[in-house]
Design a protein around this ligand. Sequence first.
Ligand SMILES: *Cc1c(COP(=O)(O)O)cnc(C)c1O
Length: 346
Amino acid sequence: MREVLVSTDFILGKAVGRFETHFAEYLGCRRAIGVGSGTEALILALRAAGLKPGDEVITAANTYIATVLAISQCGATPVLADARADDFNIDPEAVREALTERTRALVPVHLCGQPARMDELLGIAREHDLVVIEDACQAHGARYDGTRTGTMGDMGCFSFYPSKNLGGFGDGGMVVTNRTELADAAGLLRNYGQQTKNIHEIKGINSRLDSIQAAVLDVKLPHLDEWNTARRRAAGLYRELLRDLPVKMQEGEGNSENVYHLFVILTAERDGLMAYLRTHEIDSAVHYPTPIHLQPAYADLGRGAGSYPVAEKLAASCLSLPMYPEISDAQVRRVCRVISDYFEGV
Ligand SMILES: *Cc1c(COP(=O)(O)O)cnc(C)c1O
């Protein structure tokens, strides 16, 4: 950070280039383009892929709203597909049902750190010639068949919002890809459509990762794997201690490695349990209480309650328990004891 201040190299400076190189190396992909946020990473990826008004883009009904806002922002039409009850991710069967003549792209989201079912999803995309843009904003470092999330589709999008598995000291995001032409397009789009100063090849915007943020993220990146391992260890303990209680947990395919951005349980008594935890000074959260199709902003989708039953059930019953790399075994044990007391009516 001091180096950035001394050089006053604040915009697209050396620190940004360095972090882009390191992040691409970490993921095992060719190019990384630092942008202003995860939402803007998605917008620029969709625009780089040529998505335009009239095109339909399929994504998960239970994603965070930013995924869908990005699709709307580039003028395309979001089409929601319901989630699976086991891994909480987009259901490939629902994707098949949502396909139309106008479907151009698929945006799988690796929710809570759990990779979506990429084998099936990439198969559908190949069959129907769809662009695949992975929303990996909750899955920095997760793997599927040994490959990092974000690098399996045509492009991947990351957020460095402070609470993400890799977070900056403010907003930030990244588009990653193995395809040179898409990387070049995203690079132009983030900087007013220019490569050379004052020559504007396309109608871009201003969405750049700050040098200060890149400096912070570059220092944190070498720790990401050890932090994800700590999250996985805490998750393993939660699973063991909650096994016999009336709660459901996220279950992914055997070839996937969850990095537990969130540790989510499902219970019909969500609100009661949340209040009980709070009386014991244990914070918990709901990601997310209202599915996209029931948000006022998306009333125009014309899908009422009952349209996406799994997404609605998840919204009504999910609870995110404390999860971060530094959480201790004793803290996890205490959370589980309080949950156990709640169900035993103590
Ligand atoms: C955080 C998040 C985003 C948006 O990232 P911002 O950096 O906050 O714009 C998009 N999609 C998902 C799934 C997210 O969790």
